[in-house]
Design a protein. Structure first.
Lengths: 499, 99, 483, 668, 186
């Protein structure tokens, strides 16, 4: 099943290259739909109580390097997979419905989107460290083209900046991954990149530390985290909106996911050692992202900086090294993805009416477009983690985790929540409320956009009613990861005590 | 006479040749300097052949002579071609390719 | 005086014999009269036939481990692999050169087969050097490899830049050769033998860490580093790559590296193996410098050939890492990387050649503008080649770097692995720039549509050849991607 | 049906009403949405009575019922049920909320008739009631926070209901953000509770708290203070009160709803609900009481000076809530909740009357412009005066009995608590005065132009303008409605006001010292275990307090009579004499400016700094530095590539020289 | 006696070398090189390399140098300008050359290899004679020998490619090849 899930987007993309231009978008949409159906089946099939991986695919790939084609899902990834599949379908369908891009480059577009889909799903399902790194980096290539070819002003510079920036981290990660396997083979005598196998042979503290730093660099850049988010503003400004949805909603999560999947289980001692450093970075991201979102006037950047803040929260949750914090982080990853996707769709819709992305030049959309306003309102409220939304439960879990482990950080982080309320509402108001500026028109959301946006909002509402859906399934796996770290912690304390 | 004397002489010749390559501007003379360096090598080879008591070094030297001759032939060919194209025979003038 | 004829394993020697014979045959075939086109067909037939025969014989010998001709040569998988790479790039270079104007001029060489003969001679040198087992065959094979290249670089007589590159290559090359020779002389002097096995025995026992040996190694390393365009001995590379006719550049960038790295492995890892502790840090430093210098030098270059010249400096640095690792995995990583590098670099040069003839911008990066629209297949090939050179995942370049980094970690040279990563980061800036030019129109204006009228006229005639080339390139690059 | 089932119905009905109106909006002609909204709340009220009756069937000590719909989130050791707690306090609040809200809905039915957002209005209004009910019925901290935030959102939506007004949207934002601060306080209180007691459930945590905490333990005080942050933000206590006056940007019925039935009373409810914590942390309770006292005095003084009719009433709310907070904080739970009930009646009434007057004034809210409506609007005037009487705690009215219950309790506890009693009486004078500042200015005096026009049977018309800034309303959209509706002409308004007027006068009789004690008997189910609950002033003391309070109220009313009827203009002269004091009061003690300077501006400045300096020089600087380094290295490399072959040779030889040195060094 | 011969040869070789790089006229430089080569041949003789010495005189000083002389005469002697393209090269170059010499000398002096410090081991008669060299060439170094011959062949081909004039006019324009002068693009 995972094989089908993983390769369908790429296959659809390749077919889209082959068929006539008018048909390619529907081929791609169909492929995304199939992926989504498989992903739903995956979730339905998922056993929340079982520990370890499910649906494992395990084939030998590069035997002399010990690299395996090993896939699997657990409670952490299963909903990220579903989220990815859903957003991929949403974006593909949206582009197809809007017939974008209408010119000869359409085939290329759908191919790239498909390739990116496979890469993203691969990153979420890979259970081999090297396979993970490979998919992690592979994601960048389609995005490089998507932004560079279909983007807006300064797209080439922006896309180059993005890719160089993010690769700085992930190439270090590659070195780190190889070092992990090789050093572990010195201990265990067998060269393997399989994450579950590597978990059995942990490296020495010193090695864990530098490898952890390499991995952290990759993940933090990808998120992005303060102060290495320099690529974000340019990329967000230049990216076409469907692509931006994928970039912001899915790609940023891979970084956070990587911490849970790789850093915690493989480098528990380093995780403890760097817990406070990472938490401080995350906290700085929360505050900086919030403050910046508070002052931006470009609506994309508001969302962009708010994503920095949100990802900061997620990282905080993971590095609280508590089950509740990490479980909340998993939930929050899905939540944030859905919300960001919705907001970007709204931005596209509004842009079609106002021809601007500057919130100072927007306004007054709500009157003629109450449905759009209502949908956007739900999105904005979810974005600010309004209690009653799943985002709130996510942040509640995260903050509780942080609170119980580092109380001061939790209090400081709460400033981010207050600021989130401000910037989210400000964004909503400046778009929907106040007066309609001259030259802008206002009309109700169209059927094509509605078909995509409404289900997204429905999903957000549904999750709000029952966040336990994700939390329950994530719990077992998260507990595994966190207890691995706690075990290492206990061991360290034991050592100290013995001395 | 110790073999090391020959070696020191060969080093001196090699250095002289290298110096010539570095300071002369006529490609023709540079080729001559390269000959000097190869000959220094030959002297070293023959000297080592003597000190080692086997003749492999001498065979090597013989091959080097062939190589030197071939390099000269090609080098001179290039010089002639350049001369025909009215290109100044001064390596400092030949710097279209750079950066 | 008794004379013991050496025992010759003709099976093992057959590829070299085939190349030698083919070389002569090709030269003779050039004497056939008729139109230029007919001559071209005949000599190309012989040239490619020679290469095909040699390749076939090599593949036939796959798995053999034989000492040939009194231990002067040794045929093994390492030699066969690098010889095959050299032959493949030569076979690739000959069709590329078909419409190369440099060889089609009254002033330049005619189609009497000189071009093919020179290429085959160089391949012969490469095949020999890959098998060399003593210093003398090593040195003579190196010259056999180099001298035709000097000629080929300067062969586009109508272009001053070609002559310039030929002369520069010759002068610096001979300087390198002289240095190498001097070094080999000292190694011979210290070890008392010209055979690699004899040297290994001596180094392992008596002369380890002897200054005489050390200075020999230093001199030889300098000479070899020059051939491999390892910084700081790389400076000829960009100039020669840019000035030489593009097919020649393509050939020498790939084939030389394959062959010389092969002998580097034999010389350092085998003959000087016992002294590894001494030379490893030096070669590691050279590799690191090379990675940095090559990558930063390539930034901001407008000539694609020059860009690839610098990039090959960096790539040589990556490959050097495989030698530094001084392990089986290092060597296999090296061979894999060279094979991958061959594919991607040849593809890139093929595209450059095509665009040189079509666009009117020569090898300037502007020649790539609008490629995605005009020739999506070629554009895709170039893109994959660039991505592979950059080592992005999904390409052979990525796997190659993977192996290399793994070898560094095993050899406790992890910092070199980090250097590879750092170099790759820098390299993205220029590889991606090429891709950006291909696919992404600048904001301000559309790409200049004005192709010289002349290109339009020539396109028809080129169609058939370039069409074939395109398929070849695509095939190659997809291979590269799939690996 | 059990009490919990009734309670679920109480929750479901307003939500259903809200959704039906929202989704069926397009299909509903005329006043249909209004009727649906009103009916759903009325039904909820009926269900509340059902819950009351069902609860009364239980014995007093078994009146705390819980029920859960499903497990909302249960992972990582945090168990969160979608559960309610039905006890006398909750049912009491339900009755107040639904009862008053029904009347407000009924009033709005007519009042909002011509507004373009009629359906939206009722949808929000129902949602508001739903949120408040969720808040009071919540059985654990998480659900409480959800309800808490929903209330905040609903208030936001309604305050910025006329969203084309920038002042309205800003006011909405202010209300929301301040409320979020309150939410955060509650969230952290919940975290503390969870950390110490391991549960989010109310009853479980109350039980555990008694066993775990000692009195005035640091953690308890922290919990209580964090709860107070939430309570103060919602109940507009100093310093979180600035949103409340601005909230007057919303339509008048919204003000009635916020001030009377929902929202601001939530803080009072919360402190009463959390009494086990507050009794374990008396220091925190005292702090809360002092804040309540400060608020009641500050707000009362401001109410003396501001001129906007609705804002005067708004400050009066602040002041009255200050009493209630003070009450529940010092332990006068019944008094505080009693006052909540009474206040709900008369404050709703006051706003409705004010709405009617403002409609007659064609949306002009300046009290200085109003005068002499007694003939033009006899019904409105009468009920306005009733409201003022109750607000002034005129003897016999509901305000009279409720306020004095708190003050008598404070006096009875004695010691430090005398401060609260005395402060409360001082506030009472001011209250009576400003209450009749409204009453007399509007009702008595010569009729103003609008009143005269109305006497001729015609409601004044004016170009719709924003009452705050005077800028014309967006003509394209045309709301708030061009038609104005006054109580005299709309029977639903009349019915609603009459019912409220009746309550404002007579609801105080529910709990008269020495006569009856309906409320304390009923609420005993919740507060039984509280020692403070059982402190009760003697009947004599209570009546003494009532006498003092009554006379103070009369003095205040008389003062107002003198200033505004007998000798109008004296206040103007006073204001001129004490110009700086007046300006200080008129500008609301400069709290807005203070918060602006302390919170908003620094944040914006930080953002600007981050944007223009940090982002540019540090974040981009990292990039620029790295690329600059690489580019610099590149130009060095390219510079060395001089094209001069002898230069290359030089480097080659030099490179060898370096390599040679290395090898000679490693040689032995 | 050997010492005298060595120093004579050394002075000749070194003097010739210095003259090569010091003389301004390439023609004289070539002549100086011949002196150098002949002196070197003498040294080879001292080292018992008779065949090499002979080859040095015949092949090198004879044939190759004649080629040089022809070319030098063909292109003419040009005086080199004084101006330096790379400032300081004139001074840096001898320094580097000196460094080169010093490094190699250190190695030669510092080596622990005993045979260097002697005249070399006792050698049997016929060492370095044409016969023994020839046998080595045809037995152990057959490959190198053959390769050297290929090298000569290809060098000749290369020289023709580079310097040869087009004799065959047949290839000027054949059918099927568009004889449009496209001009050099680069």
């Amino acid at each position: 099943m995972l094989n089908v899930l993983l390769w369908t987007p790429l296959a659809a993309g390749l077919i889209a290259l082959a068929v006539p231009r008018t048909a390619s978008r529907w081929v791609a949409a169909l492929g995304a739909l199939v992926t989504l159906v498989v992903a739903i089946a995956l979730v339905a099939d998922f056993d929340p109580a079982a520990t370890g991986l499910q649906q494992v695919v395990d084939e030998s790939w590069i035997p002399d390097l010990g690299v395996r084609y090993q896939l699997g899902v657990d409670g952490i990834s299963v909903f990220l997979v579903l989220m990815t599949a859903a957003l991929w379908f949403a974006v593909t369908l949206w582009s197809a419905l809007r017939n974008e891009p209408g010119d000869g480059r359409a085939k290329l577009y759908y191919f790239l989107v498909g390739l990116a889909g496979t890469a993203a799903l691969g990153a979420f399902t890979a259970q081999d460290l090297l396979l993970f790194v490979l998919f992690f980096d592979l994601m960048l290539i389609p995005f490089f083209f998507l932004i560079g070819t279909f983007g807006g002003l300064n797209r080439v510079a922006a896309t180059t900046k993005m890719i160089v920036f993010t690769l700085v981290g992930s190439l270090l990660m590659l070195v780190g991954a190889i070092a992990t396997a090789v050093l572990a083979s010195d201990i265990s005598g067998e060269l393997t990149f399989s994450i579950p196998a590597l978990q059995q042979t942990l490296l020495s503290d010193g090695n864990q530390a530098w490898i952890f730093c390499f991995f952290a660099a990759a993940f933090l850049v990808k998120m992005p985290a303060f102060p290495i988010h320099g690529w974000m503003p340019d990329a967000y400004r230049a990216a076409p909106l469907p692509v931006l949805i994928l970039l912001s909603a899915v790609l940023s999560k891979v970084g956070a996911y990587g911490f849970l999947r790789v850093a915690l289980p493989l480098f528990p001692d380093a995780t403890i050692e760097f817990q406070e450093v990472i938490m401080v970075i995350a906290l700085a991201s929360v505050l900086y992202g919030s403050v910046m979102a508070f002052t931006q006037t470009n609506i994309r950047l508001i969302v962009g900086y708010s994503s920095i803040a949100q990802l900061g929260f997620i990282t905080l949750g993971i590095f609280s090294l508590r089950v509740d914090g990490a479980d909340g982080a998993v939930l929050q990853m899905v939540n944030h993805a859905l919300v960001v996707a919705g907001i970007f769709i709204v931005i596209a819709i509004v842009y079609a009416r106002t021809r601007t992305e500057d919130i100072r030049e927007m306004g007054g959309q709500a009157m003629r477009a109450p449905v759009l306003a209502a949908l956007f309102l739900v999105l904005a409220l979810a974005n600010l983690a309004m209690p009653g939304s799943a985002n709130f439960i996510g942040e509640f879990y995260i903050l509780n985790g942080v609170f119980q482990s580092k109380i001061a950080l939790a209090f400081i982080a709460s400033i981010g929540i207050a600021l989130a309320a401000f910037y989210s509402l400000r964004m909503y108001q400046r778009v929907m409320h106040n007066r309609l500026p001259a030259g802008a028109e206002s009309r109700e959301i169209g059927l094509r956009d509605g078909l995509v946006l409404a289900p997204l909002v429905a999903a957000i509402v549904a999750l709000a009613l029952y966040p336990g859906l994700i939390l329950d399934r994530g719990e077992t796996s998260v507990t595994e990861k966190v207890s691995a770290v706690q075990a290492a912690d206990d061991e360290q304390e034991g050592l100290i005590a013995r001395r | 006479m110790d073999v090391s004397w020959y070696l020191v002489l060969s080093a001196l010749l090699f250095a002289t040749g290298a110096c010539g390559v570095l300071i002369r501007r006529s490609p023709l003379v540079i080729l001559l300097c390269l000959e000097l360096m190869l000959n220094a090598g030959n002297l070293a080879l023959v000297a080592f052949s003597r000190s080692n008591g086997n003749e492999e070094g001498q065979v090597f030297a013989l091959v080097v002579m062939v190589v030197a001759a071939c390099e000269v032939v090609v080098g001179l060919g290039l010089i002639v071609a350049m001369f025909r194209r009215r290109i100044a025979l001064d390596v400092d003038e030949i710097r279209e390719l750079r950066g | 005086m008794d004379f013991n004829a050496p025992d010759i394993d003709y099976g093992g020697l057959s590829p070299i014999i085939a190349l030698t014979g083919g070389l002569v045959l090709t030269l003779l075939a050039g004497l056939v009269g008729g139109s230029r086109r007919r001559q071209l067909i005949v000599v190309s037939f012989f040239g490619l036939g020679t290469l095909a025969a040699a390749a076939g014989l090599l593949i036939w010998q796959w798995g053999a481990h034989a000492n040939l001709v009194a231990g002067a040569l040794r045929l093994d998988d390492l030699a066969i692999a690098s010889s095959l790479i050299a032959i493949a790039s030569a076979a690739f270079c000959i069709p590329l050169s078909w419409r190369e104007q440099a060889f089609d001029r009254p002033l330049g060489p005619s189609n009497h087969g000189e071009f093919q003969a020179l290429v085959i001679c160089s391949v012969l040198g490469m095949t020999m050097i890959a098998q060399a087992q003593n210093l003398i065959s090593f040195f003579v094979a190196l010259e056999l490899l180099s001298i035709p290249l000097y000629v080929l670089c300067g062969a586009a007589l109508r272009r001053e830049s070609s002559l310039e590159s030929g002369l520069k290559y010759l002068i610096i090359g001979s300087l390198g050769s002289a240095t190498l020779l001097y070094g080999l002389a000292f190694v011979y002097g210290a070890a008392g033998s010209t055979d690699f096995s004899g040297i290994r025995a001596a180094v392992g026992s008596t002369v380890l860490d002897d200054p005489l040996l050390m200075i020999g190694i230093a001199l030889a390393a300098t000479g070899l580093a020059f051939k491999l365009s390892i910084a700081p001995f790389h400076q000829w590379t960009p100039d020669v790559y840019q000035g030489a006719p593009t097919p020649v550049t393509a050939f020498m960038s790939v084939a030389t590296k394959a062959a010389v790295f092969c002998v580097l492995v034999r010389f350092f890892d085998v003959a000087l193996g016992p002294a590894a502790g001494d030379w490893q840090p030096a070669l590691a430093a050279l590799a690191a410098v090379s990675i940095v210098v090559g990558n930063v030098g390539a930034l901001g270059q407008n000539s694609l050939k020059r860009l690839l010249g610098y990039s090959s400096v960096a790539q040589a640095g990556y490959m050097m890492v495989g030698v530094v690792a001084f392990s089986v995995s290092g060597v296999s990583a090296l061979i894999f990387y060279i094979a991958a590098y061959a594919l991607m670099n040849l593809a890139a040069f093929a595209v450059i050649t095509i665009r040189e003839r079509e666009s009117g911008f020569g090898d300037d990066i502007r020649s790539m503008e609008g490629l995605a629209r005009e020739r999506p297949a070629v554009a895709t090939a170039m893109t994959i080649a660039m991505l592979a050179l950059a080592g992005l995942p999904g390409t052979a370049g990525f796997i190659g770097k993977l192996y290399l980094i793994e070898a560094t970690v095993e050899a406790d040279y992890t910092w070199l692995g980090v250097m590879i990563a750092v170099g790759t980061m820098i390299s993205l800036a220029y590889y991606l720039r090429v891709i950006a030019v291909i696919w992404m129109r600048p904001d301000s204006e559309r790409a200049p549509e004005a192709m010289p009228a002349i290109a339009g006229a020539s396109q028809e005639a080129d169609g058939e050849v370039t069409g074939a080339n395109c398929k070849l390139i695509l095939g190659l690059t997809f291979l590269a991607a799939a690996a | 049906m059990s009490a919990t089932t009734w309670s679920w119905l109480v929750l479901a009905l307003p939500l259903a009403g809200s959704m039906v109106i929202a989704f069926g909006r397009a299909a509903m002609p005329g006043r249909v949405p209004g009727w649906i909204g009103t009916a759903s709340i009325a039904l909820a009220f009926a269900c509340s009575i059902g819950a009351l009756l069902a609860l009364l069937d239980h014995p007093t000590d078994e009146r705390q019922l819980t029920d859960s719909l499903y497990s909302y989130a249960d992972a990582g050791g945090l168990e969160i049920q979608l559960g309610i707690l039905v006890d006398p306090l909750a049912v009491y609040m339900c009755l107040v909320v639904t009862g008053i809200s029904t009347l407000i809905h009924l009033y709005s039915l007519a009042y909002m008739d011509s507004d373009r957002g009629y359906a939206r209005f009722f949808s929000y209004l129902n949602f508001f009631v739903f949120s408040m009910l969720l808040l009071v019925l919540a059985g654990n901290f998480v659900l409480l926070i959800v309800g808490w935030a929903f209330v905040g959102f609903a208030s936001y939506a309604l305050i910025s209901f006329w969203y084309r007004r920038e002042t309205a949207t800003k006011a909405g934002m202010k209300a929301f953000v301040i409320n979020v601060v309150g939410d955060i306080g509650l969230v952290f209180a919940a975290f503390f509770v969870f950390r110490e007691l391991g549960t989010f459930d109310f009853l479980e945590s109350f039980d555990a708290a008694r066993d775990t905490f000692t009195v005035n333990e640091g953690v308890v005080i922290a919990i209580c203070l964090l709860i107070c942050v939430g309570a103060f933000a919602k109940s507009a206590q100093v310093p979180f009160h600035t949103w409340l006056p601005d909230a007057m940007e919303g339509p008048t019925p919204v003000s009635a709803l916020i001030h009377a039935a929902t929202m601001v009373t939530a803080g009072v409810y919360l402190i009463a609900r959390m009494w086990p914590f507050f009794e374990l942390g008396p220091t925190a309770a005292d702090i809360a009481a002092f804040v309540g006292l400060a608020t009641l005095l500050i707000a009362a003084t401001i109410a003396l000076a501001v001129t906007d009719l609705k804002r005067i009433i708004a400050y009066s709310t602040m002041s009255q809530i200050g009493y209630m907070i003070m009450g529940v904080a010092i332990g006068a739970y019944v008094g505080g909740l009693f006052m909540l009930l009474a206040h709900a009646f008369f404050k709703a009434l006051l706003f409705m009357a004010a709405g009617s007057v403002i409609a007659a004034m064609a949306n002009n809210q300046n009290i200085d412009r109003m005068s002499g409506f007694r003939r033009a609007m006899p019904f409105t005037s009468a009920l306005l005066l009733i409201g003022c009487l109750a607000l002034a705690a005129f003897p016999g009215t509901s305000g009279f009995f409720s306020k004095d219950e708190i003050l008598a309790f404070a006096a009875d506890r004695g010691g430090m608590y005398w401060i609260f009693a005395i402060g409360g009486y001082i506030g009472a004078v001011l209250t009576a005065f400003y209450a009749f500042r409204i009453g007399f200015r509007v009702v008595t005096g010569p009729p103003c132009e609008e009143a005269k026009e109305l006497e001729q049977g015609h409601i004044h018309h004016a170009e719709p303008t924003n009452p705050a800034t005077g800028e014309p309303e967006d003509a394209e959209v045309g709301f708030p409605g061009a038609e104005h509706h006054i109580a005299e002409r709309e029977w639903p308004m009349k019915v609603a006001m009459a019912a409220l007027g009746f309550g404002a006068l007579f609801i105080g009789l529910l709990q008269v010292p020495g006569v009856d004690h309906v409320l304390s008997t009923f609420l005993a189910g919740t507060f039984e275990e509280s020692p403070l609950f059982h402190i009760e002033p003697t009947v004599g003391d209570s009546w003494l307090g009532l006498a003092v309070g009554g006379s103070i109220s009369v003095i205040g009313v008389l003062g107002a009579y003198v200033c505004y009827v007998r000798r109008p203009g004296v206040t103007v002269r006073l204001a001129e004499r004490y110009r700086r004091l007046h300006a200080f009061l008129f500008n609301k003690w400069y709290f807005d400016e203070l918060i602006d300077a302390l919170v908003y501006r620094p944040t914006v400045a930080t953002g600007r700094f981050a944007n223009s300096v940090f982002e540019r020089y540090v974040v981009d600087g990292i990039v620029a530095g790295a690329t600059g380094l690489v580019k610099g290295a590149g130009s060095v490399v390219r510079g060395a590539q001089s094209g001069l072959v002898r230069g290359y040779a030089l480097l080659l030889v030099g490179g060898f020289a370096a390599l040679g040195i290395y090898f000679l060094v490693v040689a032995n | 006696m050997v010492e005298v011969a060595f120093f004579a040869g050394a002075i000749g070789a070194l003097g010739g070398a210095i003259a090569v790089i010091a003389l301004n006229n390439p023609f004289y430089s070539v002549l100086a090189l011949i002196v150098h080569l002949i002196s070197l041949a003498g040294l080879f003789l001292l080292l018992h390399a008779e065949f090499i010495a002979a080859a040095q005189i015949v092949v090198y000083a004879g044939a190759v140098m004649v080629l040089y002389l022809f070319v030098a005469a063909y292109v003419g002697g040009t005086e080199e300008p004084i101006a330096q393209a790379i400032p300081g090269q004139r001074f840096v170059a001898p320094l580097l050359a000196a460094a080169l010499f010093v490094e190699v000398s250190i190695a030669v002096v510092g080596t622990s290899l005993a045979s260097i410090q002697t005249e070399g081991p006792v050698i049997e008669a016929g060492f370095g004679s044409p016969g023994s060299i020839g046998r080595l060439l045809l037995e152990r170094f057959l490959v190198a020998f053959e390769a050297a011959s290929m090298l000569l062949l290809i060098a000749a081909v290369g020289a023709i490619v580079l310097a040869g004039r087009k004799g065959t006019g047949t290839s000027a324009s054949g059918p099927g090849v568009p004889d449009v002068d496209r001009g050099e693009i680069v």
